[in-house]
Design a protein around this ligand. Sequence first.
Ligand code: HEM
Length: 221
Amino acid sequence: MLNSFIFVVMPYAALALLIFVTPYRFCSNRLTWSAYSTQFLERDTLFWGINPWHYGILPVLAAHFLGVVFPAPMKAFLGNQNNLIIFESISLALGLFALFGCVLLLLRRVNTPILKKVTFAADWVLLYLLAAQALSGVYVATFMRWGSQWYLHTAVPYLWSLMTFNPQIEYVADFPLVFKLHAAGAFLIVALLPFTKLVHLLYMPFRFLMDPPILYRWRSK
Ligand code: HEM
């Protein structure tokens, strides 16, 4: 029952929300289609949070996707013991880096009174969820060793079975609860994406790169 909910209901519900709510938000409330900046309210902790978070989580997610898109070359690559050890060590370091950044971003909001006024329920839910996701990922990587290898033989065929609308949950049904929570967290994040500032993931700021620099003038006290 729990397995069917996590591995069948959750992913398809998340996909449906992503597909139908995202265009609605884009058309109805385009001004919120980004992560609005709080840099002018607090910038020191932001720097130490946002950089580790993005530089950690993006390569980790890219590694998740590489396994799904190129399972055969990844199996061949990670079949070599040295490659596997190097790949796992780098992934773990990046996962810890992301976790550190995310916790700092959370503490920043908790400890800065002025930020609390511009932090809404959806922002809190998202930040806690991302921190829990990074924590469960690091837990799996640490205590269920060689995850990058067994992921290719279990989670990847399961994810492919989802994409072909023939969910085969036997691949993942017997995993420990922490892995199931990690998968459930991922589906929840996708489901919440169109309702939160995480929607900025879909916004490619190419034009922004061509904009002239903004000149800030600070009012002296
Ligand atoms: C929003 C989506 C997701 C995020 C943000 C995320 C995040 C993470 C993080 C931060 C790590 C730790 C990396 C490391 O220390 O090696 C990790 C590891 C892992 N994740 Fe995810 N994950 C997501 C989705 C998924 C999904 C859908 C699955 C499978 C169904 C999955 C399976 C794994 C596995 C097996 C590991 C361990 C890899 C290893 O041992 O190197 N993740 N994830």
